[in-house]
Design a protein around this ligand. Structure first.
Ligand code: NCD
Length: 306
């Protein structure tokens, strides 16, 4: 049985297969309507979510399967003091596959050691978010037509943003990726990403403090929210939260082919006027998240259609 805890649990070939399947689901949705009949997905969310949980649930429903679960730890036995391992051990008797989000780094990994069903990490603290990464890769591939030879700028909270950490890892395996890291000093990428991803693979990246100085070079701009819930001190959050606001004047210097991604939720970091620009693809990205999760569920359950 395989789990998906870290984006690197999937090889580049497996990622390709999942993205190809997602493309086919988009093109021939009706072929897939019954593939999960009789199967159940449990969504165990110990931390808030809109897109990830609902897109998992919509994905399973559109495959003809059923869903069960909880959307906050207060409505589960975690509130009574049950361990994550016990919760998962029990839920794995009721469901064929489990998507789990938890504020503690490593919680889905621990759960996977006890589970009798495959576990998908739907976000663990500031660590990983592999299904958002699949969503991002599908979006970049559909928008740009390729996953290599791209200059990608990551902007915002690169320290606590798990979507950033997972996408950097995944992108580091494609040829010709130029990374640009745009953040204040306090929110730079963690040391372990610098060492394990960049140094170990002999990759370099450019660092910037403003969007303005690099936007003209970018093919993809990945905006992120400052992760309020991971700050120890509210004053620091308030000081840093509005460091970057992407608006139409800032886009003047950008290429016509630039693609702007954001895992969402957005707070202030992209002005709503940008939504109507053809370069904004965060809402298409959110839709892609459902299709890629359909593909992932099928792969993890070993299901195919002819
Ligand atoms: C992200 C997450 O939860 O890490 N959202 C998502 O899953 N689409 C990003 C965020 O919360 O900022």
């Amino acid at each position: 049985m395989r789990h998906l805890i870290d984006p690197m649990d999937l090889s580049v070939e497996e990622i390709d297969e999942i993205l190809n399947l997602a493309d086919d689901i988009i093109a021939h949705h009706e072929k897939y309507e019954k593939v999960c009949e009789g199967k159940k997905l449990a969504t165990l969310f110990f931390e808030p979510s809109t897109r990830t949980r609902l897109s998992f649930e919509a994905a399973m429903m559109e495959l003809g399967g059923n869903v069960l679960g909880f959307s906050s730890s207060d409505t589960s036995s975690a509130a009574k003091g049950e361990s994550v391992s016990d919760t998962v051990k029990v839920v794995s008797c009721y469901a064929d596959i489990i998507a789990m989000r938890h504020p503690k780094e490593g919680a889905p990994y621990l759960a996977s050691m006890k589970s009798d069903a495959p576990i998908i990490n739907a976000g663990d603290g500031g660590h990983n978010h592999p299904t958002q990464t699949l969503t991002d890769l599908l979006t970049i591939r559909r928008e740009m037509g390729r996953l290599g030879d791209l200059t990608i700028g990551f902007c915002g909270d690169l320290k606590f943003g798990r979507t950033v950490h997972s996408l950097i890892k995944a992108m580091s395996r494609y040829e010709g990726i130029r990374f640009v890291m745009i953040s204040p000093e306090e929110l730079e990428i963690p040391e372990y990403i610098r060492e394990e991803v960049f140094l170990r693979n002999g990759l370099t990246y450019r660092q910037a403090r403003t969007i303005d100085e690099v936007i003209g070079e970018l093919n993809v701009l990945y905006m992120t929210r400052v992760q309020k819930e991971r700050f120890f001190n509210e004053a620091d959050y308030i000081r840093l939260k509005d460091t970057y606001i992407l608006d139409m004047p800032k886009l003047k210097k950008a290429d016509k082919g630039l693609r702007i991604l954001h895992p969402l939720p957005r707070v202030n970091e992209i002005s709503v006027e940008v939504d109507d620009d053809e370069r904004a693809c965060y809402f298409r990205q959110a839709l892609n998240g459902k299709y890629v999760r359909m593909a992932l569920i099928m792969k993890m359950l070993g299901l195919e259609v002819q």
